[in-house]
Design a protein around this ligand. Sequence first.
Ligand code: HEM
Length: 411
Amino acid sequence: MSLAAAPSALKSFDEIPVIDWEAMEGVSPYDFFRDLRAKTPLVKVPMGMGAMTLSLRARNAEQIVGEQTRQLETETKMMQGIFDGPIFDFTAQVLLFANGDVHRRRRQPIARTFAFKLMEAMRPVTVATASELINERLGKGGIDFLGEIAAQIPARIIADVLGIPRSDLPVFMKWIGDTSESIGIIDLEHRVQIEKSLTEFNAYVDGLLADRRANPQQDFLSDYVAATAASGELTEGEIRAQVVGLILAGSDTTRNSLCMTLYELLRHPDQWKAFCADPDGLKKKVVEEGLRYQPVVSGIPRVAMQDMEIEGYLIPAGAIIAVSILSALRDPDVYSQPDEFDINRTDQQRWILAFGAGAHRCAGEALARVELEETLATIARLAPGTKLVGEPPQLNPGAIRTVTQMKVAFA
Ligand code: HEM
């Protein structure tokens, strides 16, 4: 018997309060959700022809990413009128937008080879890369932190993981910049440029894969092609899409998180001073609180595969229901004084929702942490007199929230 037919006191889906995205304009999303959360655990936001239900409470996350739901697949692109071409193919082939067995087949070789040990080995590489970038700019006045540091770190580190020569970095970074929208909502005016760059990017990654098949080395890509060959379960397109997916999923996210965590530290001089006095001792706490306080992925959307009961409401099969990461990470049931940035808080959770939950939990969490911890610790060590220059950075709304701009002076 479906929940809809069950004799129960469930409130109907139509009773969930509806909010308008426009009501959020000019308001901090955290203030907006704090006020809403006090009134209702669920809200509906209009989306295209339908609506998405947002859960504002952390306690519903496991259920929402669990067996009653599935990940969105190519429908987000089809809703935008994209039915074929490189963006569509990437979406259809990448693990992030797959379910069940298909997801398992794509994730397994990555999980096996993009491993914790390899990521830990990137710590000294990150320290060296960050030191070089910061030393070149020390005492030189205001610099574009977003473009010259925060965007460089994830691109350079993943380039090192993939064994990409330094001389290819400019074109590699251009492809990342041009194609990162492929994992989210596309600005259709950019479609032609995105597809042109994605085609070139795909060909480049095909070249790297062919090289490692012909000349195996002691590196991630060689292990990855060996793992996919051993399983024999992926098409060429899928093998390539997971590599492009790793690059894209790790770029804007880490870049924006670096900016916002540094910004919060600079805004809280006592905490910045404490961090500068003990960068290695505090780097993990700093990053954890930055991820909580300014999450860059705003939610985890899923499709209900059956009628579900959440917070006493009936969520019908087929509805889109999302964990609002923005709201859940300020949930007062979980975090005391949730609107305070406090690197010393003692109520951090074992698995922070900033990296998602369930089967799709971030495959690059270990690398993201290494990059964030070591870059911020290097700034604290080399440039404790760092100051924000000009306007504070803002996060644009969106599935992945992007930083508008950020300038600092290293000293
Ligand atoms: C601060 C940095 C990062 C944040 C906040 C973040 C957040 C997330 C979240 C929330 C998801 C789950 C999305 C969902 O369930 O719908 C995810 C998935 C994923 N992330 Fe990250 N991520 C970060 C960095 C990285 C890095 C550095 C990489 C790789 C180099 C990476 C690779 C991936 C991949 C491949 C997936 C898909 C996993 C799957 O579908 O099984 N991420 N990330």
